[in-house]
Design a protein around this ligand. Structure first.
Ligand code: SF4
Length: 382
């Protein structure tokens, strides 16, 4: 791969690996999980199905959510990306003469670069203020038109709920049909993220009468419909950001967050970043995986992460997003791997071909593996 991003990625990976500790991956289901769920596998299955169902009907859910949310006079603002969001938020702040904002950092708020947007417009950030807050709810509930909020502390809860002006920003995929669905998803998130049974402080927020002018909700796409378009890849939109996949990924254990150069990191980032950002800037991540399958085994949403990584690779190959020399090598490997006759060739011939086509891409630390004298197929038939 010949992109600048790939070269920076490799350089950062090398730095991280030098400082990496031993890989220590634990798979056991612990007591707290067993105490919370009588049948953890069944709970995962139910949660994954309901989240997938919600994603499949996201258009209907968003329409019915908007209708309910509007009932008290508040308006949903739709934003496609960073640029349209930035324009609309600033317009609101200027109209309301707001010069100071309490911004509650979250991964989505970081992804949107809201801090930068506010700083560019010289809006002050005051983390004590309850004049105007910007906050990311966990979910929008279409049945009730309410928002499900999770707080890190009682002070945070007080600041958000008592704020004179509330601006909520929500990724478009986080809408649920029923209020009852929240409990199971929250428990799965809490167990996987923090090994805790329940989220500490939560609230369902609905716009109150006479408060409609002081509440703004932005529902933002930011590349998510690119994932929605593919029936296979839309499974990634069910992610609840629990980080369980990171904890069991041998690659992530070695390289950590730094080489990703993004707020999304770990196995799910390998799948989604080429869609959320650009293919050229992030395609290398789909090759940053040894396909061990640990992530898919632990994902509470049963997202087939390794299958999606392979789907990305195929897509980049088919759409010619991979450089010509790499495509050439892939073609040669493909021809050799799908032919039984070629696989049965003498070991020295296979080693010779590997050296010829692959070696230049492999570092000294990763020598070409030795081939068995007789192929498995031949020895089985002897
Ligand atoms: S992909 Fe699955 S395991 Fe990873 S963060 Fe998302 S929900 Fe959690």
């Amino acid at each position: 791969m010949n992109t600048a991003e790939y070269k920076f990625f490799i350089a950062d990976c090398k730095k991280s690996i030098e400082n990496a500790k031993d890989i220590n991956i634990e798979f056991d289901i612990d007591d707290i999980t067993l105490k919370t769920f009588q049948n953890y596998a069944y709970a995962r299955k139910i949660a994954a199905n309901l989240r997938q169902k919600n994603i499949n009907h996201i258009d209907e859910l968003l329409i019915s959510f908007e209708k309910k949310f509007n009932e008290n006079g508040a308006k949903v603002n739709w934003a496609l990306d960073y640029d349209s969001l930035s324009e609309d938020i600033i317009k609101i702040l200027i109209e309301k003469k707001i010069k100071e904002v309490n911004l509650f950092e979250s991964r989505f708020i970081e992804e949107l670069g809201l801090l930068k947007i506010l700083k560019n417009e010289e809006i002050q950030i005051n983390l004590q203020s309850n004049n105007c807050v910007i906050f990311e709810p966990n979910y929008a509930i279409s049945q009730t038109g309410s928002l499900y909020l999770v707080f890190n502390s009682a002070i945070e809860m007080e600041q958000v709920l008592s704020a004179k002006m509330k601006i909520f920003v929500l990724p478009v995929n986080n809408v649920l049909k029923n209020i009852e669905d929240v409990e199971l998803l929250s428990k799965l998130y809490s167990i996987n993220k923090n090994r805790e049974e329940y989220l500490p402080l939560t609230a369902f927020y609905s716009v109150k009468e006479n408060d409609e002018n002081n509440v703004e909700l932005f529902i933002i796409d930011n590349g998510r419909t690119n994932l929605l378009e593919s029936k296979e890849h839309r499974k990634a939109l069910t992610c609840i950001n629990c980080d369980a996949c990171k904890k069991v990924c041998p690659i992530y254990s070695l390289i950590g967050d730094m080489p990703y150069n993004n707020v999304f990191t770990g196995p799910i980032a390998n799948v989604v970043l080429p869609f959320l950002e650009t293919i050229d800037g992030y395609k290398h991540l789909s090759f940053n995986c040894i396909l061990c399958g640990n992530c898919a085994k632990v994902c509470p949403m049963n997202i087939p992460i390794t299958d999606l990584v392979i789907a990305n690779r195929n897509m980049f190959y088919e759409n010619k997003n991979i450089d010509l020399p790499d495509r050439y090598r892939i073609n040669i490997l493909k021809k050799n791997l799908i032919s039984r006759k070629k696989l049965n060739r003498a070991a020295w011939r296979k080693e010779f071909l590997m050296k010829l086509y692959v070696k230049r891409k492999i570092t000294v630390k990763r020598p070409i593996p030795k081939f068995a004298k007789i192929s498995f197929s031949k020895s089985k038939n002897k």
